[in-house]
Ligand binder design. Sequence first.
Ligand SMILES: C[S@@+](CC[C@H](N)C(=O)[O-])C[C@H]1O[C@@H](n2cnc3c(N)ncnc32)[C@H](O)[C@@H]1O
Length: 382
Amino acid sequence: MNPTAKALQSVDWDFSNAPVATGIHAIHPYPAKFIPQIPGRLIELFHPGDGSAVLDPFCGAGTTLVEAIDRGLDAWGIDLNPIACLMARVKTTPFPFEMEPVAKRIVRQAQDNFFKRAVSVPAIPRVGYWFKPDIQLRIAALVAEINQVDTLAIREALQVALSSIIVRVSNQESNTRYAAVEKDVAAEDVFKRFEKAAAAVSRGVASGSDSLCRHLGKATVLNRDILSVTAEELPSNIGLVVTSTPYPNAYEYWLYHKYRMYWLGMNPLEVRQREIGARAHYFKKKAQDEGDFERQMGACFQLLARVMKPGAKACFVVGRSIIHGRAIDNVALLRRAAEPQGFAVEGTVERRILSTRKTFNLAHGKIERENLIVFALQQGEL
Ligand SMILES: C[S@@+](CC[C@H](N)C(=O)[O-])C[C@H]1O[C@@H](n2cnc3c(N)ncnc32)[C@H](O)[C@@H]1O
């Protein structure tokens, strides 16, 4: 057995006994986010130990980045979804002072404006279907105040707090079900919920700020479509890649964050268009299929081959998917995408996703297992 496969075998990747993520990893929900122990252990096992940076090309909520900078490494993350990038930045930005007094001031001012009727709701498609009128006004009042906060780190942390309550105060059934239902949310609670969320973000960021304040590692987040990123935009000596890819027809990150984006002035429709794997692309005329996914992953590996150090490892976590009744072997597919770009598989392992640890539940495909694949970038010419 090669050393990579041996190292993989030495870990119980189910992490059945690990505590559920708290603190910095729990400041905002994000579907299919890593349990932090996965990138944490992969970095410990496979980083070359030479101070080189870690890259996550689909960084989502930034779990890999937090785990890398906690271990004193610089980290680079790329994600298309602006809510994911907002979270990733907030989790990895040094945050030297208290946010709660600012949140309290914002709530006071927003309340004042609400009662004086000095608030207008921005033009958001179908806002009346998803939000009760008094809730709309209260969110709009908070957004207007948050936008006036000068310090970027505080403003973004407050945006994360607001974003974290949007689904709860809307008519949307849950974070992973995009259906309108009658929910028991009192409009008067919006301000209270926001203040509580801001306190939670503040505590979460403070719990992670030990390493951040010591600047053990620094993180850079690119809010981009991976297929448009060039090697020149990244460092050329990435020592380790750790990522979990989107996969075909599995999930729609843009959809479940749609109204969060609208309220924060972002455009979800642009995200939808470029989101790899989004179900919407598999149910239209000229629908995508697994061949498109293979090509997209091929382009991703091509970029990785240009920025990784020879011999460096790329760890990919991927689940199974079903396209129009056909089971897709995503491991084989990633392999086919990676090998022409100079990568070889050094080890794979299957892990169970424990039902208590699922960050989302798919009605259309119960994903109970996923695969961890470790590739190595071959040295020398292809
Ligand atoms: C499985 S999630 C990653 C979750 C991440 N490991 C975490 O811990 O939060 C896959 C990510 O791929 C992103 N994605 C989808 N299409 C993309 C594209 N074209 N460019 C960059 N990121 C994309 C999604 O927005 C999503 O955040």
